[in-house]
Design a protein. Structure first.
Length: 127
């Protein structure tokens, strides 16, 4: 693949995640490659799967001599929430400031939605 034909950053990861989300069972790199069907090398797909596993987005189990992957996060909203938590965790001592800045930059509609969500009782497993 030439650099002119390269995908934008994150596009292949997104395509792989969408393929995993759509599957009724864990998928191997070969399965994902077949589902994507655009001439990707198996090693490229295996690398992306390994990266998503390292990021905590996929779980893997042995399937013969390879791995089969399934989603830890189940949809795009959960993926975005996971990324937000990752960034908050990276902020360290700046966490209060990061949260304060995030909230102060919300528009009125999002602020209202956040307030409504915070006022709802949370299930015990979400605490």
């Amino acid at each position: 693949m030439t650099s002119a034909a390269r995908r934008p950053s994150g596009e292949l990861e997104s395509a792989v995640l969408e393929t995993i989300w759509a599957a009724a069972r864990p998928l191997t790199a070969r399965d994902v490659r077949a589902a994507l069907g655009d001439g990707l090398a198996r090693t490229t797909v295996a690398t992306i799967l390994g990266r998503l596993h390292a990021k905590g987005l996929l779980r893997r189990v042995r399937a013969g001599r390879t791995y089969a992957y399934s989603a830890v996060v189940e949809d795009p909203a959960a993926l975005t929430a996971h990324r937000m938590h990752t960034e908050l965790d990276r902020s360290g001592d700046e966490r209060p400031g990061v949260l304060a800045r995030f909230v102060s930059d919300l528009n009125e509609s999002d602020e209202r939605l956040l307030r409504d969500l915070l006022e709802r009782p949370r299930p015990p497993e979400a605490r």
